[in-house]
Design a protein around this ligand. Structure first.
Ligand SMILES: [Zn+2]
Length: 169
């Protein structure tokens, strides 16, 4: 098995609410607005056999890890183009907001600040961010490239990882 990983970073602020937006996490902790320098890591593998189906990932993982004619799983600059560009435009130096945090959204609009509202069902936790990034990019990759996992570090010692396959967590 051959995989490649790419790390990227951004800085943003958030505050934590529960999933249905009815209460904040304790205000002396992450329920109050604060910022992080986030890191994420995307891990990929590849396959070249056209009869393999990307949707049955568990089966094909036994057969993947092949490289293209240049010896790449995926060109690192392609990952940067696809993922880092989106992160820079949408998550860097913005407030990442819970979809039901109306008072914060009103405040950010009034101040003219940049913000990103997470989709319904997500919070602003590192776990939610990892899951969001995985689901956003898994189908936006070049032919034959499979996204195995996405990890998000909120601090140097705190990481959340999302994968569809438990072997990659
Ligand atoms: Zn935080």
């Amino acid at each position: 098995m051959l995989t490649v990983s790419k790390e990227m970073k951004w800085a943003s602020s958030h505050r934590l609410m529960n999933k249905d937006g009815t209460k904040f996490y304790p205000k002396e902790k992450c329920g109050s607005g604060h910022g992080h320098e986030y890191f994420c890591e995307f891990t990929f593998t590849n396959y070249t056999s056209s009869e393999l189906d990307k949707t049955t990932c568990a089966v094909i993982l036994e057969k993947c890890g092949e490289t293209d004619e240049f010896g790449f799983v995926i060109d690192f600059s392609d990952i940067k183009k696809i993922v880092q560009t989106w992160i820079d435009e949408n998550w860097d130096h913005v407030t990442i907001v819970h979809p039901k945090d109306k008072s914060l959204i009103e405040f950010l609009i009034k101040e003219g600040d940049r913000f990103f509202i997470m989709p319904e069902g997500y919070t602003t936790s590192a776990e939610s961010m990892a899951m969001f990034l995985f689901k956003k990019f898994e189908n936006l990759l070049p032919e034959g490239v499979i996204l195995l996992s996405v990890s998000v570090w909120e601090t140097l010692t705190s990481k959340a990882t999302y994968s569809k396959d438990k072997r990659w967590i």
